[in-house]
Design a protein around this ligand. Structure first.
Ligand SMILES: Cc1ncc(COP(=O)(O)O)c(C=O)c1O
Length: 469
């Protein structure tokens, strides 16, 4: 099994970036629950036949869809070791708990976040955002109304609480607010400027208008890397505003918090002010190439963090000595009691790669995005649809005589064909009504020649489709 996986990683460049799943394979994947034991070797044969070839493809050098990390050989082995040890990292006195606390400390250092903050690893940024916004809701409800949401629930809130974020904010924030029972109507979406950053004047006006209308502003969410275009909000200005207005400042840094790591000051400047956030969500299975799933949340006030989630019944009591000892049980900082050993791959990969090389890999992706931007700008048949702020490029194929809806249909079809022919996997998004081919560079296996091929195939397929249209 290990040889097959190493071979795959070594030779993946020669494979298609994606291949469709044939109907007979889909049929086999609906087979009924087995009654009798089966032979492990035969099961592995089925895996090789029906599962492995039809993978997502994100370990391929030309995979740039959504924000999907690429994994790594040592990360894979770490997951195997973690599953072999199989500890429950909810708490207690064993090595995995110490490793997780160590990688949380390392995360604070590498992102420049205060050393006395608390944090936990999560399944990803969706869960990290949910945990952070739960702390924000509880702390701010207590401050504004003296309401203990843990006890009284949100029915105890006398006025609607309001959260502010730009229209470019990821849907994970809305899903978190909805899950917290505050309702998506409690989100005040703020327009963005031409660089897809939150409009600070509009934000200030919205807060004032809501206060005048009797609502209770409690939180601003800033973006360190928006999902559509990779834009960074002005985090320092948001930190100032939140301090002035006494609002919780949360940052969704799922994609971009890690630009704090590269050596270039211009890149680090994108996250200036991040250290002042009350909470920060970020992902390691995206730009840090760690195998799915792993993200993290950091919360400035460790006591607020613990007070939001901790519940210690008798059967989970911390003992003075023995396995049930240990002052910090990570389950008390999260909604999960049983927790896997995600920390091992983080620990191993941060040691193997180190901050400096991670910085160079991140800088390499930003440079590749600029390279692709230049290729797009140099081609009259291609149009750049947003400024390239960091590692995401949005562009489209254009042809004279086609209206906006025809161009949208053409570019959508073009992306499906790129997938189907296995050339490359960009994704799509809509920017100001225009369908964009969206290329997100978090892939450490990509080379310049991969972007050359993408542009070449975009032009070829676009030319073919324009004739039909
Ligand atoms: C900006 C942003 N926030 C949050 C998320 C959700 O992260 P996850 O998929 O790790 O839950 C994503 C995912 O792409 C994202 O791009």
């Amino acid at each position: 099994m290990m040889d097959d996986m190493f071979r795959l990683m070594q030779d993946v460049r020669d494979e298609p970036a994606w291949r469709p799943i044939p109907d007979e394979v889909k049929a086999r994947l609906t087979a009924l629950l087995p009654d009798k034991p089966q032979d492990a070797e035969a099961i592995y044969g089925e895996f090789l036949r029906d599962v492995l070839p039809y993978r997502m493809g994100n370990i391929h050098p030309r995979f740039w869809g959504w924000v999907i990390g690429t994994g790594s050989p040592l990360g894979m082995l770490a997951d195997m070791l973690a599953a072999g040890m199989n500890p429950n990292v909810g708490g207690a006195e064993h090595s995995a708990s110490y490793l997780e606390r160590q990688v949380i400390d390392w995360s604070k250092t590498m992102l420049g976040y205060p050393a006395d903050a608390s944090g936990v690893l999560t399944s990803g940024a969706s869960m990290a955002n949910l945990l952070a916004l739960t702390v924000a809701r509880n702390v701010m409800a207590a401050a504004a109304f003296g309401v203990d949401v843990r006890m009284q629930g949100i029915v105890g809130l006398p006025r609607r609480m309001r959260l502010y974020c730009s229209t470019e904010t990821h849907s994970a924030i809305r899903r978190a607010v909805e899950a917290l029972g505050l309702g998506s109507e409690s989100i005040h979406s703020i327009p963005v400027n031409d660089h897809y950053q939150i409009d600070l004047t509009a934000l200030e006006a919205a807060i004032a208008a809501d206060r005048a209308a009797g609502l209770e502003p409690y939180c601003v969410v800033g973006n360190a890397g928006t999902v559509n275009t990779g834009a960074f909000d002005d985090l320092a200005a948001l930190a100032d505003m939140c301090a002035r207005e006494k609002l919780w400042f949360h940052i969704d840094g799922a994609i971009g918090a890690v630009v704090a790591m590269p050596p270039t000051p211009a890149m680090r400047a994108l996250v200036a002010g991040m250290d002042r956030a009350d909470s920060l969500a970020f992902d390691m299975h995206k730009w840090l190439s760690m195998p799915f799933e792993v993200g993290a949340v950091l919360v400035r006030s460790a006591s607020d963090h613990r007070a939001t989630f901790a519940l210690t019944p008798e059967y989970l009591k911390h003992a003075e000595r023995g396995l049930a000892a240990g002052e910090i049980w990570l389950s008390e900082y999260s909604l999960q009691l049983s927790r896997g050993f995600r920390a091992l791959k983080v620990w191993m990969m941060l040691k193997e790669i180190g901050v400096e090389k991670y910085g160079r890999l991140i800088a390499q992706n930003i440079e590749q995005a600029r390279y692709l931007t230049r290729l797009v700008e140099a081609s009259p048949a291609l149009e750049l649809l947003a400024p390239t702020a960091s590692n995401i490029v949005c562009y489209r194929f254009t042809a004279p005589g086609l209206d906006e809806s025809a161009l949208n249909a053409l570019n959508e079809e073009l992306v499906m064909r790129l997938h189907e022919q296995g050339t490359a996997v960009p994704s799509t998004t809509l920017l100001k009504g225009k369908l964009a081919i969206r290329v997100c560079c978090v892939n450490h296996r990509s080379r310049h020649e991969d972007f050359d091929l993408l542009v070449q195939e975009t032009l070829r397929l676009g030319g073919e489709l324009a004739v039909i249209a």
